[in-house]
Design a protein. Structure first.
Length: 103
């Protein structure tokens, strides 16, 4: 019987503009978002939070792995300042979204 691996995403730092790191649940039984958040909180306390734009350290990944979460990767959101308006902009794949005030 194959083991089912579930993907969970952990949003780092800010809710509105965040890099998204993906972790797979490798533990036994069902997983919950609360388990993922608790694991991230414990690793944040030990090694500091992973900030937007920074790489996830090997020690942080090992900490998450000890709690049943295997790191897959991080999707980065790229922002730029519109030179005409000064708005902070990013591309969603099908549209460009600009906001004031800039990030």
């Amino acid at each position: 019987m194959k083991k089912l691996i579930v993907v969970a995403s952990l949003f780092l730092v800010s809710a509105a503009h965040a890099d998204t790191s993906t972790y797979y649940w490798t533990g036994k039984g069902e997983w919950t978002d609360a388990q993922l958040q608790a694991a991230a909180q414990a690793c944040d306390q030990r090694y500091g939070p992973v900030m937007n734009g920074e790489s996830t350290s090997a020690r942080y990944k090992a900490c998450m792995r000890q709690q049943g979460w295997r790191y897959q990767g991080t999707k980065r959101e790229r922002y730029w300042i519109d030179p005409d308006t000064g708005d902070s902009c990013h591309n969603t794949g099908w549209a460009t979204i600009c906001e004031w005030p800039p990030r």
